[in-house]
Ligand binder design. Structure first.
Ligand code: SAM
Length: 355
C-alpha cells in the first residue's frame, strides 16, 4: 500500500518508500563531484511526515470544477489533493472550503496558486489569481478568514506584489525566540523539524567566537538562520527578496537586537557581496536558492574567511559551487544530510568548510 492515494500521479512524491532514495549517497556524490572524495558525512537526519508547514498549491478552474493541489509528476495538470502524508494535518481539511472560496471568486478565471504557510498562530494564506479582485471577492475573503480563523489572507493578480485583504491578527513565526511576521507567501523552511536540524548543524559548525565576532549571512530570507546566529555573534545579513528584509528588520528592532543584527536587501546574483565586505568575518553562512550561488562563490573564495557554512537544498548546485572552495584549500569539517523532503529526490544539507 502506498503512503497516499495520489502516489504515482501527483508530482509531490517520487517513491513509495522514503528509504528507496539513499540521501546520504546524494550528499557524498555531490561532495565527490566538488573534489571531496572522503568527506565526513554524518548519518541522515530524518524529518517525520505530517510536519510540512509550507505548501504552494496550484489551482485550476474548468467550468464548475476546481482543482487544488500539486501538479502531476508528468504533465501540467493539477492533481486535486484529497490527502497528503507530508503536510501537517490541519492543512488538508482547509482545502475543501478553499475550493469553495475559489469557485466563488471573480478574480479566479482559469489558473492561480494558493500558498499556505502554517505559522505559530494559524495559516497565513496568499491567493495569487489571474484577474482583478472585485469588491464581492474581498467580502468573501474576509468572511472566509473569519469563519476559518485565518490570521491573514493576502491577494495578488498575476505577478503583482501581494496586498493583505484581511489581517485578523499579525501572523507570527519565531526564530530563536524572535517573533517575525513574514511577508505573504514568504519563504520558510518546509518544516520546523527540518529547520531545527539545519540550525543545529549550522551552529555546531561555527568557529570559536568572541563578543566582537561578526558573521556574514547570505540569502537570509526573513531571518530563519539570522536570529539563531545572533545568539552567538553579530550578524550582517543580505537577502534579495523585496519584502523579507523589512520583515526581519522590524523583528530585529522589536527584539532589541538592532546593534547586533543588520539585514540589507541586495540581489546577490547581480551584485554579489565583494571579498572586502566579507573579510575579517569569523564565518560566512550562505543558504542560496535552488539554482545555487554561482555569482557569489568567487568573492567568497577571495574573502579567505576561515569558516564557510553552506546550507543547500540542491546537491547539484552544492557540487557546482563548492569545487572552488576545494581548489582554494578548504576542507570539509562536517556534512549533514537532512531528509526535509521525504519521498522526493530533493535533499537539504549543511556543509561546514574550514581552512
Ligand atoms: C533557500 S532560501 C533561504 C532563506 C533563509 N536562509 C531561510 O532559511 O529561511 C533562499 C533565499 O535566497 C533568496 N534569494 C533568491 N535569489 C536571490 C538573489 N538573487 N539575491 C539575494 N537573495 C536571493 C530568496 O528570496 C530566499 O529567501
Amino acid at each position: 500500500m502506498a503512503h497516499c492515494q495520489h502516489f504515482g500521479v501527483c508530482g509531490g512524491c517520487a517513491v513509495a518508500d522514503r528509504h528507496a532514495i539513499d540521501k546520504s549517497a546524494l550528499l557524498e556524490g555531490a561532495l565527490a563531484r566538488a573534489g571531496y572524495l572522503d568527506a565526513p558525512v554524518s548519518p541522515l537526519v530524518e524529518v517525520p511526515p505530517g510536519t510540512r508547514r509550507r505548501v504552494d498549491l496550484a489551482a485550476t478552474r474548468k467550468g464548475v470544477d476546481i482543482s487544488l493541489g500539486l501538479h502531476k509528476a508528468r504533465g501540467a495538470e493539477v492533481v486535486d489533493m484529497r490527502e497528503c502524508a507530508l503536510l501537517r494535518p490541519e492543512i488538508v481539511p482547509l482545502l475543501p472550503p478553499l475550493r469553495e472560496l475559489l469557485r466563488s471568486l471573480l478574480a479566479f478565471r482559469r489558473a492561480g496558486s494558493v500558498v499556505i504557510n502554517w505559522l505559530e498562530n494559524g495559516p497565513d494564506i496568499l491567493l495569487r489569481l489571474d484577474a482583478e479582485f472585485q469588491l464581492p471577492d474581498r467580502k468573501r475573503i474576509i468572511d472566509f478568514a473569519k469563519t476559518h480563523d485565518v490570521p491573514r489572507i493576502a491577494i495578488a493578480t498575476g505577478n503583482a506584489d501581494p496586498e493583505p485583504a484581511i489581517i485578523l491578527r499579525n501572523p507570527v513565526i519565531r526564530f530563536a525566540g524572535v517573533a517575525v511576521t513574514p511577508p505573504p507567501g514568504g519563504f520558510l523552511q518546509a518544516s520546523p523539524e527540518g529547520e531545527a536540524a539545519i540550525v543545529a548543524a549550522m551552529l555546531a559548525g561555527l568557529p570559536k567566537l568572541t563578543a566582537k565576532s561578526r558573521i556574514v549571512e547570505l540569502f537570509a530570507g526573513c531571518g530563519t538562520l539570522t536570529f539563531p546566529l545572533a545568539q552567538h555573534a553579530r550578524v550582517e545579513a543580505y537577502e534579495g527578496d523585496m519584502f523579507a528584509p523589512a520583515a526581519a528588520e522590524i523583528a530585529t528592532r522589536a527584539a532589541g537586537l538592532a546593534g547586533r543584527v543588520s539585514i540589507a536587501r541586495r540581489d546577490l546574483h547581480r551584485r554579489p557581496l565583494q571579498a572586502a565586505e566579507m573579510a575579517k568575518a569569523a564565518a560566512i553562512v550562505l543558504d542560496p536558492p535552488y539554482a545555487g550561488a554561482a555569482a557569489q562563490m568567487r568573492f567568497i573564495v577571495q574573502a579567505n574567511v576561515a569558516r564557510v557554512i553552506y546550507v543547500s537544498c540542491n546537491p547539484e548546485a552544492l557540487a557546482a559551487d563548492t569545487g572552488a572552495l576545494r581548489r582554494a584549500g578548504y576542507s570539509v569539517l562536517a556534512a549533514t544530510p537532512i531528509d526535509q523532503f521525504p519521498y522526493s529526490e530533493n535533499l537539504e544539507s549543511v556543509v561546514v568548510f574550514g581552512k
